[in-house]
Design a protein around this ligand. Structure first.
Ligand code: AMP
Length: 435
């Protein structure tokens, strides 16, 4: 019988061990930095009622209209895999009265997979991963600037080169309708020159015309009215204070009046961090303000500001200086020669690990030194400990550094001292192997 091979679904990918290390590097740095700014992690379900996303992201957006993985469960409820994180976080905030638990300003972060039925290409997948953070309960522009400062710290920590901050304001319920009317009029006056998608968007969601990637639309878009010229005075003031706070913090930015995001809930400040290294899918981070989203979801009035960054894209721009060290394997590979030495190594491995020293060994007894050295190389061990029959008797083994072949005789105690002591690596009292 011959079975055909089953492969991962188009637009999804396996993140293999070496790559996972890079992901962890980004995740660990994000956790560390978010916690410096007093954010707490929240974990919400991977699927929700479809209505949650339809109402918050917007019925007419590409995400909801074309890209959601929606299905009916056995109870005939329409559910969707989450295409982004903000809607779920705001739902959870309302549902659990998080303001009472975490204080007047809730600072939350999340990380995990999101799902959109998009056309896969480099940096764009159908299952992709975001790290996001949300601040709920403040309308201050300084909060926005602080969030961006936190992101810059993360970029800095990971040595991400050539990232650029783009900012815009989309106005609010007072000034946006007027702007949309002028946009509609302006596009409508030359409708036949726009691509079919824009012709449709001009009716359903005119802001999205500004976001069209079609070459032939670009010169037309450049001449459309700018949202920044249409801001009402409270929105203008908010945006000016946001910019001043960025400047106070020494954070460079570029105004990008065509920056509209693919989600309807944004008001006032929106931003992106783009990288020149990424090609067409150049947005590393996207975010903005979403006052009013809580009310849309049946909650109390709560102001909100947040962002999401794409992990796949972050990993693509990590410089080699950061990823190089991640390829290292265990501290030491144990290479016994002979049965007795092999038995000894089983116990030694336990003792090393209990002290927090990572080690590996060949499970097959009786391998030659040559083949064990090869194995050590494959697992990228930093050192090899060679234990021959004679050495077993003397208690002095040979420690060899893989990078340059440097070696020295060493005892078991010497080995512990060489790699340790590792803080917190004390042995549990209910676990005392006899070896
Ligand atoms: P958004 O939720 O659309 O505002 O996107 C925020 C960030 O998520 C983007 O800047 C990207 O880094 C990332 N992202 C969005 N969609 C995808 C996708 N289909 N594949 C990979 N990353 C994505």
């Amino acid at each position: 019988m011959h079975f055909n091979m089953i492969k991962a679904i188009r637009g999804t990918r396996d993140i293999l061990p070496l790559e996972v290390r890079e992901w962890q590097q980004v995740e660990d740095a994000a956790r560390e930095i978010f916690e410096l700014y007093a954010y707490q992690e929240i974990r919400t379900p991977l699927f929700e009622e479809t209505e949650l996303f339809a109402r918050s992201i917007g019925q007419e957006t590409d995400i909801v209209a074309k890209e959601m993985y929606s299905f009916r469960d056995r109870g005939d409820v329409s559910l969707s895999l989450r295409p982004e994180g903000t809607a779920s976080v705001v739902r959870a905030y309302i549902e659990h009265h998080l303001d009472r638990q975490v204080g007047p300003v809730a600072k939350l972060y999340y990380m995990g997979p999101m799902f959109r039925y998009e056309r896969p290409q480099k940096g764009r997948y159908r299952q992709f991963h975001q790290i996001g953070a949300e601040v709920l309960g403040s309308e201050q522009p300084t909060v926005e600037a602080e969030v961006i400062e936190m992101l810059f710290l993360l970029l800095d920590r990971l040595k991400v080169p050539s990232a650029q901050l783009l900012i815009n304001s989309l106005g609010d319920a007072v000034c946006r309708p007027g702007y949309l009317a002028s946009l509609k009029e302006s596009v409508g006056g030359q409708l036949d020159k726009f691509c079919p998608d824009c012709q449709r968007r001009a009716q359903t969601n005119p802001l999205r015309v500004l976001d069209c990637k079609n070459e032939s639309c670009q010169p037309l878009i450049a001449r459309l009215p700018s949202v920044l010229d249409a801001l009402c005075s409270p929105c203008r003031d908010h945006f000016d204070r946001f910019r001043a706070s960025l400047e106070d913090r020494g954070l460079p930015y570029a105004l990008q009046p065509r920056l509209v995001r693919g989600l309807d809930y944004y008001v006032r400040t929106t931003f992106e961090i783009v990288s020149g290294e990424l090609g067409a899918q150049n947005a590393l981070v996207g975010g903005g303000r979403y006052d009013g989203l809580s009310e849309l979801l049946g909650g109390p009035p709560v102001q909100g500001f947040g962002f999401a960054l794409g992990l796949e894209r972050f990993v693509l721009v990590l410089p080699e200086s950061v990823t190089e060290s991640l390829k290292e394997g265990p501290d030491v590979f144990l290479a016994p020669l002979g049965d007795e030495a092999h038995r000894y190594c089983t116990g030694l491995a336990t003792r090393l690990r209990r002290r927090g020293i990572a080690c590996d060994l060949d499970y097959e007894p009786g391998r030659t030194l040559r083949s064990q050295m090869k194995h050590a190389d494959r697992v990228r061990a930093r050192y090899v400990l060679i234990i021959g029959e004679r050495e077993l008797g003397s208690g002095q083994f040979t420690l060899r550094r893989m990078s340059d072949g440097w070696q020295e005789p060493i005892s078991e105690e010497g080995l512990f001292a060489h790699f340790g002591p590792v803080a917190g690596a004390t042995a549990p009292t209910n676990f005392s192997p006899t070896a």
